[in-house]
Design a protein around this ligand. Structure first.
Ligand code: ZN
Ligand code: ZN
Length: 878
C-alpha cells in the first residue's frame, strides 16, 4: 500500500490531476444514447476578462453540478466559451493604440479589426487557463467564441430570419448616446447619479395677444429643439390655453400648446416643454400627437444648424450661452437649485445624451410573450423563485431592443443599401450587387450588433445551430443555467426569447441565480476600496479545493456572500484534516484484505458511522438537487470532521487492536473514507482524486466513480440513538475535565447513574469504548447512589460524576482561580472605563468601538465561568 507524505502539496497535485483528466478525455460526453443527459453552457466571460471572485463562484457552482451529475450516471456536457465583448474589447485595443499615438481611424476598419483579432489570440485565453486552475471540467474540445465562424453564421441566420419575419426594423429612435465613445448605450450601460443642478424657468410668450406660459427645465439648451408645450388635460390653470400657440424664445418659431396625461402637474409650473429628439418621454408624447422632431445636437455633442445662432457650439457651452441670452432678453423667469439624476456612460463616465438617431431594432413584444409564459407555466424554474416577480415586471415593461452599436468590433449588420435605388437588402451571404436593381454601388451598414445579440443565441449556437447536429439533439434544452442576477434581463430573458423562437423550445429548465460576493463587511469589492480578493492569488496560496469549498459553503440562497481570506484559510485546514484522516486510514490498511462486511457482527460505533454516512449522503444529494450548495457542503464538513474524524477514527483505535475486529474495522474505515471522498469530489476535485488513488479502489478516476447512494450503507436508527447517548456521556466527562482543569491525558474515574436498565446495560457493554474516548481509569454504572465529593453533570436520562478526591488539590486550585478572577476583573474594568469615556466613543472608528464592546462581553463571560468554578470548588471543599 502506498504511503502518503505527511503534508499535502496541493500545487503539484492539482496540476498533475487536471492534466490527467484532460488527457484522458473525461470532460467529453460519451454520447451514449442509453444515458440520461445533463448539459450546461457557461456564461461566457469576456475575452478581456481575468478570473474575478464572481467568476470563481459561478464556475465552482457549475463544476459542482456537472461533476455530481457525471458521477451520478449522466452523460454530461459543459460547454465553455468566451464573449467578444464589443465595446470592452474595442476600448482595450484603442487604449493600446493611443499609447502609440494613434486612433482606430488612423488604421481604418480592416486593419483595426486585424489588430483586435491579434490581441484576442494573444491575451483572450487567459481566463480559460484560469478556469482550468479552478478545476472546471468543461469540454474544451467544444470551446466556442461568439465571433467564431459557426457562431457568426448563427448570428447572421437569426438576423435574416427576424428581418424576414418583420421583427427587425430600422427606425428613428431616442437612445442613450455617449458623445465620447460615439455609440448608443443600453439602459444598463448608463449609470444614473444624483447631481446638483438647476431648474430654469423660461417664459414662452403667446403667439397672439398678451400673456405667457412659464416652463421649467433642467436642460435649457434643449429648448432650441422644442416642438410643443404640454400641460395636463385636467389642469385648470391652462384649460383656456390648450390649442393656442407660443413663440419659442431666441428662435421665434411658433409651437402649439397641447394636453397630454403624461404631464405631471406637480412638476415646476405644470407646463412643460416638449423636445422629441432629446428626451425619452417627449419622444413618446410626440408620437401620440404627431409632432415634428427637431434634432439640435449631433453625435459629437455639438449643436446642429437647427440650433440657429448656436450651431457648432459644444453642448455645455451652448447651455451657458442660451441661459445668458434668455436672461438678457428677459425670458428667464427664475432659477432654482435642483438635484437631477444625471446619466453617465459606464465606460468613460461622460454625461450621456438622449438623442434621436437611426438605429436597428428587434420588435420585442411578440418574442417576450412566450418567454413570459414559459416562466409563468413553470417550464423554466427560477431558483430562488422570488426572482419571478422582477422577471415578469421586466417582461411587461419591455421596449423594443436597440441592437445596433456604432463600433467596429462585433458582428457587422448584414444589410446593404443601394446608392442607385436606395433600397436596403439583408442577406445571409455578403452582397456584391443590389438584388433590387442590379447596381454594384451598394454599401454595407457600418454598425455592428449589440454584444448581447450573439450571447442571446448561446445555448443553441454553441451546440451547432443552424446545422441539425448530434449535440443539439442530445443536449438542447440544457439542464440548468448558473448566473448572477445582474444579467437576468440582458442575457437570460433574451436567451429564453430567442431559444423559444428559433428552437421551438426553452433553452434551459432551471435558472439558478446566485448571490454576489462581497467583502467580509458586506461591501462591494472594488479596486478603489482595496478590498478585492483575487481568486487566482487564493488558488496559489491555499489551493483550488480550499477556495471552491469556501465559496460553496458560503453560497446560501438569496444572501450576499461575505468572503474573507480567513475563511479560505479556514477551509484549507479542512483540506489538511481530510489528508491526515485518510493518511491514518492508509497507515492502518497495511495488512488489509477486501472482504464482505459482517454487518450483524459490527460493533455499535461502526454501525453508527455507516448509518451517519448514509444519512449524510441522502442529505447532500437532497440539498444539491435543491441548489442549496452551502447546506450540502456543510453536511459533508460536519460528517467528515465532527463524526468521522472526531469520533469514529478515535474509536477505531480500540478495535484495530483486536484480530477479527481489526479486519472488520479496516473494512469500515476504508468504505467510509472512500465514500466520503466520492461525496466530496464535486466540491474538492483535486485532493479527493489524490487520496482516492492512494486508497484501494475500483476504476481509473474518482471523477468517473459513482456518486455515493444512501442505500450503499445501512441506516440504523437504533445504533444512532445508542451512540448519541454514549457521546453525551463522553462530552459530559470532557466538560468536567475542562471545568476542573484536569489534563486531557490524565486518566480519571467516573460514575454514571441511570434509572433506565437499557442504558445501564449499554454502558456496561460499551464500557471499553467510553473509557477510551473519555480517558477513564474506571467506569462504574449504578441505578442510584450519588458518590461523595464529586463533580457532576445532569443529563436527561443519566447523571455523570467524577469523584475528585485525590485528583485535584482543592486549595491550590482555588487559589489559582482567585488569582485569575482578580486579573480578569482588572482587565474588564480597564475596558469598561474606555467604553464609558464619551471622548473615546466620539473619536474612535466604529470598528474599534465594536471590538472593545466584544472584548467586554468576552471578559464578562470569562468572569462568570471563573466564579462558577470557584463556587463549585468551595462547595466540594466543605
Ligand atoms: Zn462613453
Ligand atoms: Zn439598387
Amino acid at each position: 500500500m502506498k504511503e502518503l507524505p505527511k503534508s499535502y502539496d496541493f500545487k503539484e497535485v492539482e496540476e498533475k490531476w487536471y492534466r490527467f483528466w484532460e488527457e484522458k478525455g473525461y470532460f467529453r460526453p460519451r454520447l451514449d444514447p442509453r444515458k440520461p443527459k445533463f448539459s450546461v453552457v457557461i456564461p461566457p466571460p469576456n475575452v478581456t476578462g481575468s478570473l474575478h471572485i464572481g467568476h470563481a463562484l459561478n464556475n465552482t457552482i457549475q463544476d459542482i453540478l456537472v461533476r455530481y451529475k457525471r458521477m451520478d450516471g449522466y452523460d454530461t456536457l459543459w460547454v465553455p466559451g468566451t464573449d467578444h465583448a464589443g465595446i470592452a474589447t474595442q476600448n482595450v485595443v484603442e487604449r493600446e493604440l493611443a499609447r502609440e499615438g494613434k486612433t482606430r481611424h488612423d488604421l481604418g476598419r480592416e486593419a483595426f479589426l486585424k489588430r483586435v483579432w491579434e490581441w484576442k489570440e494573444r491575451f483572450g485565453n487567459r481566463i480559460i487557463e484560469q478556469l482550468k486552475r479552478l478545476g472546471a471540467s468543461c469540454d474544451w474540445s467544444r470551446l466556442r467564441f461568439t465571433m467564431d465562424e459557426g457562431l457568426s453564421r448563427a448570428v447572421r441566420e437569426v438576423f435574416v430570419r427576424l428581418w424576414e419575419e418583420g421583427l427587425i426594423y430600422r427606425g428613428d429612435y431616442i437612445i442613450n448616446w455617449c458623445p465620447r465613445c460615439h455609440t448608443a448605450l443600453a439602459d444598463i450601460e448608463v449609470e444614473h447619479r444624483p447631481t446638483p443642478g438647476k431648474l430654469w424657468y423660461i417664459r414662452y410668450p403667446l403667439a397672439e395677444g398678451q400673456g405667457e406660459v412659464v416652463v421649467a427645465t433642467t436642460r435649457p439648451e434643449t429648448m432650441l429643439g422644442d416642438t410643443a408645450v404640454a400641460v395636463h388635460p385636467e389642469d385648470e390653470r391652462y384649460r383656456d390655453l390648450v390649442g393656442r400657440k407660443v413663440r419659442l424664445p431666441l428662435l421665434g418659431r411658433e409651437i402649439p400648446i397641447i394636453a397630454d396625461p403624461a404631464v405631471d402637474p406637480e412638476f415646476g409650473t405644470g407646463a412643460v416643454k416638449v423636445t422629441p429628439a432629446h428626451d425619452f418621454a417627449d419622444f413618446e408624447m410626440a408620437e401620440r400627437h404627431g409632432l415634428p422632431r427637431v434634432k439640435i445636437m449631433d453625435e459629437d455633442g455639438k449643436m446642429t444648424p437647427e440650433a440657429g445662432p448656436y450651431a457648432g457650439l459644444e453642448r455645455f457651452e451652448a447651455r451657458k450661452r442660451v441661459v445668458a441670452d434668455l436672461e438678457a432678453q428677459g425670458f428667464l423667469a427664475r432659477v432654482e437649485d435642483y438635484e437631477v439624476m444625471l446619466g453617465h456612460c459606464y465606460r468613460c463616465d461622460c454625461v450621456v445624451e438622449p438623442l434621436l438617431s437611426k438605429q436597428w431594432f428587434v420588435r420585442t413584444k411578440p418574442l417576450a410573450q412566450p418567454a413570459t409564459a414559459a416562466v409563468e407555466n413553470g417550464f423554466i424554474r427560477l431558483v430562488p423563485e422570488n426572482w419571478n416577480n422582477l422577471y415578469f415586471d421586466w417582461m411587461h415593461r419591455i421596449r423594443d431592443w436597440c441592437i445596433s452599436r456604432q463600433i467596429w468590433w462585433g458582428h457587422r449588420i448584414p444589410a446593404w443599401t443601394c446608392e442607385d435605388c436606395g433600397k436596403t437588402s439583408v442577406a445571409r451571404e455578403d452582397l456584391e450587387v443590389c438584388p433590387e436593381c442590379g447596381s454594384r454601388r451598394i454599401r454595407q451598414e457600418e454598425d455592428v450588433l449589440d454584444t448581447w445579440f450573439s450571447s442571446a443565441l448561446w445555448p443553441f449556437s454553441t451546440l451547432g445551430w443552424p446545422e441539425k447536429t448530434e449535440d443539439l439533439r442530445a443536449f438542447y434544452p440544457t439542464s440548468v443555467l448558473v448566473t448572477s442576477f445582474d444579467i437576468l434581463f440582458f442575457w437570460v430573458a433574451r436567451m429564453i426569447m430567442m431559444g423559444i423562437h428559433f428552437m421551438g423550445n426553452i433553452p434551459f429548465r432551471t435558472v439558478y441565480i446566485h448571490a454576489l460576493v462581497r467583502d467580509e463587511k458586506g461591501q462591494k469589492m472594488s479596486k478603489s476600496r482595496g478590498n478585492v480578493i483575487d481568486p487566482v492569488v487564493m488558488i496559489e496560496k491555499y489551493g483550488a479545493d480550499a477556495l471552491r469549498f469556501t465559496l460553496a459553503a458560503l453560497a446560501a440562497q438569496g444572501r450576499d456572500i461575505k468572503l474573507s481570506e480567513a475563511r479560505i484559510e479556514g477551509y484549507k485546514h479542512f483540506v489538511n484534516k481530510i489528508w491526515n484522516a485518510i493518511r491514518f486510514v492508509l497507515l492502518n490498511l497495511k495488512d488489509f484484505r477486501p472482504r464482505e462486511l459482517p454487518l450483524e457482527e459490527l460493533p455499535l460505533v461502526s454501525r453508527w458511522i455507516l448509518s451517519r454516512l448514509s444519512y449524510t449522503v441522502e442529505r447532500v444529494r437532497d440539498r444539491l438537487e435543491a441548489y442549496e450548495f452551502d447546506q450540502a457542503a456543510l453536511a459533508i464538513y460536519h460528517f467528515f470532521w465532527h463524526e468521522f474524524c472526531d469520533w469514529y477514527i478515535e474509536a477505531a483505535k480500540l478495535y484495530l487492536r483486536g484480530e477479527e475486529a481489526r479486519k472488520a474495522t479496516q473494512e469500515v474505515l476504508l468504505r467510509v473514507a472512500e465514500a466520503s471522498l466520492r461525496l466530496l469530489h464535486p466540491f474538492m476535485p483535486f485532493v479527493t482524486e489524490e487520496l482516492w488513488q492512494a486508497l484501494p479502489h475500483e476504476g481509473e478516476s474518482i471523477m468517473l466513480a459513482p456518486y455515493p447512494r444512501a442505500e450503499e450503507f445501512p441506516q440504523d436508527p437504533e445504533a444512532e440513538e445508542k451512540m448519541s447517548f454514549l457521546m453525551e456521556i463522553v462530552v459530559a466527562l470532557r466538560n468536567i475535565r475542562a471545568d476542573y482543569n484536569l489534563h486531557p491525558t490524565r486518566e480519571i474515574p467516573a460514575v454514571v447513574l441511570s434509572e433506565k436498565k437499557a442504558w445501564r446495560d449499554l454502558l456496561q457493554a460499551e464500557a471499553p469504548l467510553v473509557k477510551l474516548l473519555a480517558r477513564l481509569s474506571e467506569l462504574e454504572v449504578r441505578e442510584a447512589g450519588r458518590p461523595e465529593a464529586a463533580a457532576s453533570v445532569v443529563l436527561s436520562e443519566a447523571e455523570v460524576f467524577v469523584p475528585l478526591s485525590g485528583l485535584v488539590d482543592m486549595a491550590q486550585e482555588l487559589s489559582r482561580l482567585y488569582k485569575e478572577k482578580e486579573k480578569t476583573e482588572k482587565e474588564l474594568s480597564r475596558v469598561e472605563t474606555r467604553l464609558n469615556n464619551p471622548q473615546f466613543l466620539a473619536k474612535a472608528p466604529s470598528e474599534v468601538v465594536e471590538k472593545e464592546k466584544a472584548r467586554a462581553r468576552e471578559l464578562q463571560e470569562k468572569l462568570q465561568r471563573i466564579q462558577e468554578n470557584i463556587r463549585r470548588f468551595e462547595a466540594l471543599k466543605s
